[in-house]
Design a protein around this ligand. Sequence first.
Ligand code: HEC
Length: 174
Amino acid sequence: MQARFSFAGLALAALPSLLFAVGCKAGHPGKVSTTSITWIKHHVTVGGKRDRNPLPSTPATIECGKEAFGSYCAACHGRDGQNTGVPFAASIDPPVPLLSSRSVQDYTDGQLKRVIESGIAPSGMPASKGILSEEEIWEIVIYIRHLPPAGSLGEPKAYSGDEYGDTSTSPSRP
Ligand code: HEC
């Protein structure tokens, strides 16, 4: 708690210079994260940075990851990893992040695996170690790298009651 608070303070204190940096060098958005909590997680607290995904990114592994994600993650992250149909996503604290966002995509595959294995205490993000196999976790990492357009898969089963989700509101429905 204490640590979180001071990290936030650090980020706030650095804001004016960040705005300045962004205003002057629009081509370097990566610099914005260097004084934030995101930076600390990416560089200090979340390990596994160099762990390589042993699986190739193929249509088959993406599909397997999508299936596992649909079973274990979609209730909170939406089937698309972008919170579609998750009623509490924005209102819980911390909110459920968009897995398509820069802050998530900037993790290495190995770090994503660690996040999934260990969860994020004390937030709502649960640990998957012992529930999902190593292979399933790596497949999910591949799926996170190949997320479909937001809303394209409809709602999670848990909320729609329909295995394939309600795609009636999908912007990308043919
Ligand atoms: C019970 C709800 C819930 C479930 C189930 C869940 N998550 Fe999360 N997830 C969260 C919340 C809440 C956060 C935000 C945590 C935070 O910022 O501290 C999060 C954050 C994340 C992040 C971003 C972590 C970061 O440091 O930015 C990733 C990646 C992620 N979840 C992947 C998954 C995957 C993959 C699964 C399934 C194996 C999953 N989650 C299951 C609630 C959930």
